[in-house]
Design a protein around this ligand. Structure first.
Ligand code: NAP
Length: 315
């Protein structure tokens, strides 16, 4: 399919729940819709083993399975999906808008940015010795991807948020023990996850500790943690270090085009409108309070309906 310079009513950037929901609503409104994504659709959900808080699935649903259903639903109404290596620039000073990518230029009347956020870059890194050199050699940012390599081994999980605790519980399927290292005495994760982790015999906690170094030459051989009060340090004998200390919004390609907050999240109003007319944002890339699949799909639907209204205004 040669889509270079082809014009669409709506281009959606990002194939996570927000982008797929936006694409579904836009296609179903008979708008020509192209969704571009870097690779496999799904964003962070694609690497989430099990989702328990998305309504309609009383027993939970696998992340990849949920995404495959969302993608099939959007395609059924006509969404085209293109894999692009990278979005390079957005020229919003012209109508139609022009999106430059490594695969060429795409034109659209409206744009919905649903590029999400990812672990393991920017704010999602610890920036301590050993983190970069041992990445892929025991240091990981994805338990679903790498957990099985740590069968019967001791591992550490860094962080106290939903991701850290959810992934720590997941890792107990494989690991001999999982030590959660968190900088405060209280976890940030949802209470239901906390309870499950506290009741899991394989999970141990090192609270009030920060990681200061990951040891090892060619693979992880230990994790040095420091007590935040006494500054005393100890080395945990672990072969894996899973880091879940937050995520970095994928907004670098926007450069100075759109209004972002200090952390790089896109500012929108409640109609998902950004600082540029015709450009909308949805999902984790937005500055917002609650980042969940259910809020992402809601954002996507609102953005698509607003895109439709914007196009009606153009006509
Ligand atoms: P998060 O909620 O921002 O949690 C990051 C954790 O890492 C916090 O506990 C934080 O400590 C700690 N941390 C941050 N920087 C650190 C550093 N330099 N050194 C040591 N620890 C550090 O990130 P997340 O867990 O990845 O979640 C991201 C978003 O996705 C959240 O909105 C979350 O609710 C959502 N999410 C939801 C689910 C679910 O509903 N099942 C699952 C996954 C993610 P402090 O607590 O002290 O700040």
């Amino acid at each position: 399919m040669n889509i270079e310079n082809k014009q669409y009513d709506v281009i959606v950037i990002g194939g996570g729940p927000a982008g797929l929901s936006a694409a579904l609503y836009a296609s179903r409104a008979n708008l020509s819709t192209l969704l571009v994504d870097k690779g496999v659709t799904g964003g962070q959900v694609a690497t989430t083993f099990w989702i328990e808080n998305y309504p309609g699935f009383p027993d939970g649903v696998g992340g990849p399975e949920l995404i495959a259903s969302m993608e099939a639903q959007a395609k059924r109404f006509g969404t085209e999906i293109a894999v692009i290596h990278e979005v390079l620039d957005l020229d919003a000073n012209q109508s139609p808008l022009r999106l430059s990518t490594t695969e060429g230029n795409f034109l659209a009347k409206t744009l919905i940015i649903a590029s999400g956020a990812e672990p393991g870059v920017g704010k999602g890194k610890l920036n301590i010795p050993g983190e970069d050199t041992l990445r892929g050699r025991g240091v990981s940012y994805c338990a679903t991807c790498d957990g099985a390599f740590f069968r019967d081994l001791d591992v550490a999980v860094i962080g106290g948020g939903d991701s850290a605790i959810e992934e720590a519980i997941f890792l107990t399927k494989f690991a001999k023990s999982v030590t959660v290292v968190h900088r405060r005495q209280e976890l940030r994760a949802a209470k239901v996850l906390q309870e499950r982790a506290f009741n899991n015999e394989k999970i141990k906690f090192k609270l009030g500790r920060v990681p200061v170094e990951i040891k090892g030459e060619t693979k992880v051989e230990g994790l040095v943690v420091e007590d935040v009060n006494s500054k005393a340090s100890e080395t945990l004998d672990v072969k894996g270090v899973f880091i879940f200390v937050g995520v970095q919004p994928n907004s670098g390609f926007l450069k100075d085009n759109l209004d972002l907050d200090a952390q790089g999240y896109i500012l929108t109003d409640e109609r998902m409108r950004t600082s540029i007319p015709g450009v909308f944002a949805a999902g984790d890339i937005r500055q917002k309070q609650l980042r969940q699949v259910v809020t992402a799909v809601s954002d996507g639907a609102i953005a698509a309906v607003e895109a439709e209204r914007f196009i009606e205004g153009l006509n």
